[in-house]
Write a protein that binds this ligand. Structure first.
Ligand SMILES: Nc1ncnc2c1ncn2[C@@H]1O[C@H](COP(=O)(O)OP(=O)(O)OP(=O)(O)O)[C@@H](O)[C@H]1O
Ligand SMILES: Nc1nc2c(c(=O)[nH]1)N=C(CO)CN2
Length: 334
């Protein structure tokens, strides 16, 4: 490599995160901005003009948004380290420089910005051979299938349970070009290095349920995925994809460019301040249940007493069932 390395720079990447020492920061979140500079050899990609020979900056941005929106940490140092670790896991990245800004930090004085800047390099040959780096996935390329568990049974995303999770994701959109938004979401899921999309449903046109009056009809669909991510990490990935689609979360149940809900994940039950599984309103929503039944007609959801109920029965009884019809279009998984 020449003295001045080739660089791919992604700067001013903004995402909402819940990092900080104070309870209010954890509860309300705030904006974080990341500047990420990758040192690569751009020569091969320039010669072939092929995205496969370089780092897809869209995939990098998606992963960074997930990390910023993901598991809360006390310190920006910790989040910057996670960003650097993720950047180094993209094939061809020799070193990375990450600056993470927290311009809304709770500092009781006028200030413009506070940030941490770190530089990390790929481990040298000796370290690579004998000393696994915590949290690194060993270089899975963007677009590759779910990562194999890394050293010691942990995955890049930190899940120690090696069995992949099977999950159902509900997709909805009713602004802009909803079909294109659903397809883009499926494409983004497929591009994720730790998510495998195994099936997609048909597309349904559905009357809006709740929220502001006179909003356009929705297009809804469902996707089945297999992933080594934990449910919280999968949710963070979904929020990252929504954010990339330009979704703003101002109006509850309001119109949206893209809504991705995690409906069920391998029978796991969770109820904390960030995630409830199974999704608490899925059982009364035909716009979720009918697409899901396309993928897995035998699936069940627990009733309020914990007894399994077939989703086909729940769908037939759902109040929004009459407002739902097949759109006649398809989502492709090619
Ligand atoms: N199973 C889940 N899937 C998606 N988001 C969830 C889930 N459980 C809890 N949440 C939380 O809900 C928030 C999403 O709210 P959002 O604005 O998408 O709600 P909504 O789509 O308007 O309403 P609904 O949740 O009724 O579909 C997320 O930030 C997430 O932390
Ligand atoms: N028909 C329909 N209505 C909704 C939808 C949706 O996806 N489809 N999503 C909502 C919030 O997630 C609220 N209402």
């Amino acid at each position: 490599m020449s003295a001045v390395p080739d660089r791919i720079s992604l700067t001013g990447l903004a995402a909402r995160g819940f990092h900080g020492v104070f309870e209010r920061e954890r509860r309300e979140g705030q904006e974080f901005l990341a500047d990420i500079h990758l040192e690569v050899d751009a020569g091969k990609a320039a010669a072939t003009d092929d995205l496969a020979d370089t780092v897809d900056y869209g995939a990098l941005a998606g992963r960074a948004v997930e990390i910023i929106g993901g598991e809360p940490a006390d310190l920006i140092e910790t989040v910057a380290e996670r960003l650097a670790d993720a950047a180094l896991s993209f094939r061809g990245v020799r070193a990375v420089d990450v600056e993470l800004h927290k311009p809304q930090a709770p500092i009781p004085h006028a200030f413009r910005d506070v940030s941490v800047r770190i530089r990390r390099e790929q481990p040298g040959p000796q370290e690579a051979a004998g000393t696994p780096r915590i949290g690194q996935n060993g270089g899975g390329a963007p677009g590759s299938a779910a990562a194999a568990p890394g050293p010691g049974g942990t995955t890049a995303a930190g899940r120690t349970d090696a069995a992949p999770l099977e999950a159902i994701i509900a997709l909805g959109a009713n602004l802009g070009d909803p079909h294109a938004a659903l397809q883009a979401a499926v494409d983004a899921l497929r591009l994720h290095p730790h998510i495998d999309v195994t099936a997609v449903s048909g597309v349904y046109r559905t009357a809006p349920v709740g929220g502001v009056p006179d909003q356009p009809d929705f297009l809804n669909a469902a996707a089945a995925v297999r992933t080594v991510l934990s449910p919280h990490e999968l949710l963070a990935a979904l929020l990252g994809i929504e954010a990339m689609a330009g979704r703003r979360r101002e109006v509850h149940h309001g119109p949206r460019l893209l809504d991705l809900d995690l409906i069920a994940a391998g029978g796991i039950r969770i109820d904390d301040d960030r995630l409830t599984l199974p999704h608490p309103r899925a059982r009364e929503r035909a716009f979720v249940l009918v697409p899901w039944a396309d993928i897995d007609a035998g699936a069940t959801l627990p009733d309020p007493h914990g007894r399994p109920r077939p989703i086909t029965e729940l769908a037939a009884a759902a109040p929004d069932r009459p407002g739902l019809r097949a759109d006649g279009t398809r989502l492709v998984l090619d």
